[in-house]
Ligand binder design. Sequence first.
Ligand code: PLP
Length: 456
Amino acid sequence: MSAQYPSENEEPMRYNAWFAAQDNPDERYPLTEVVYYSQSGGLLEVVHDMEALRQRSAQEWRDLFERRWMRTIWPYGSGVWGKKEWVCPIVDDGNVVSMFEGGTNLFWAERLGAELGIDDLWIKLCGNSHTGSFKDLGMTVLISVVRQMMAEGKPIRAVACASTGDTSAALACYGAAAGIPTIVFLPKGKVSVAQLVQPIAHGALVLALDTDFDGCMRIVRTITADQGIYLANSLNSLRIEGQKTVGIEIVQQFDWQAPDWIIIPGGNLGNTAALGNGLSMLHELGLIDRLPRIVCAQAEHANPLYRAYLTGFERYEAISARPTAASAIQIGDPVSVSRAIRVLQHFDGIVEQASEQELADAAARADRSGAYACPHTGVALAATIKLIGRGIIKKSDRVVVISTAHGLKFSRFKVDYHESALRDVVSNYANPPLELPADTDAVRRVIDERMEAATK
Ligand SMILES: *Cc1c(COP(=O)(O)O)cnc(C)c1O
């Protein structure tokens, strides 16, 4: 593939990255080794050669990233691979599997902000992506490394993940693009129709198990102890490397200025960790001189991090998550909890929660102002509303809400809301269609009534 495109990666070996044990930075592995845990059983992190990265000045990095942003030179037109040196420098350009993910729109939600009482509210629409969620950002990195491993002769038969819906959609899609077999484990009946049909359409082996996400996760961990089946869940920190570009993009889109707040919904908590890692790298390499505060927003029905936050992160306990409309974050035992706590402590972070009522109304209010919010984005918006109400987020603060998936993936949730059929929710902003006879007078009467009500 790379042969057809001019490559600007003049010195590919100048930068390096590897896996390192969380508790022992000297315990290292190449990124192309099939390894997920350190000798002590902890998680591995991707570590970059920061000395090499410091050889370029902050301004040189900004210029390089701007030159590549949203163009077509392979693979740098991707929002992720445009930052290749910071993300995964060890992959050959020819092994990159990319759909030019990232580069999603960050827009000023002027009317919604005004309604909530703040002037500078922005939404980063990560769901405007190939498979409809931010999971593409991490999956392009993971599948590219798998392709590199296979090129180097590693005997990988398939890539597998447990999923609340969006990870499996991204895995199946990127696997299909690369011609690599994929296996997805889904909690039966707990993902949306759109999420279920995506891996089916992409030809994955789809296993719907009679358990919840945490149950699927336990099984996939056992299955991937077989070296021939590679694990694609976010405990594999290759995913985190791609996802960390979301924070870098937000800063880039504000002309390299950090906002005051970034609010992100959290379930397995890999994305919260990734957001922090990207911003930390910007800070360490001198591209920004102050950090935003990070708010992780959880569903009240799946809130182990919120409970830990209430103890000042002294105590953490896994819980059994209850059903929530925010199904992608219905997780009681998040894999990346220690990573997320580290990030929240570094970013003067806050954890907030949202009830089913709060998340559903918040999503509906956002839709009324022209957004189209998935339930997880509803959780983040509900947390934002609470923090504004408490005076913690101020009127003039610049606030970015990360929208994690496209609302169109959650049509059932929206239909149920507007039909007042969501469990435990009063649909305060319902707008059901009116059924009328095919009669001009009846139609006119209804229009007049509605328009009059709107001008009151
Ligand atoms: C995966 C996902 C999340 C949660 O991300 P974590 O890394 O698991 O915290 C939130 N929203 C959507 C739509 C997702 O697919």
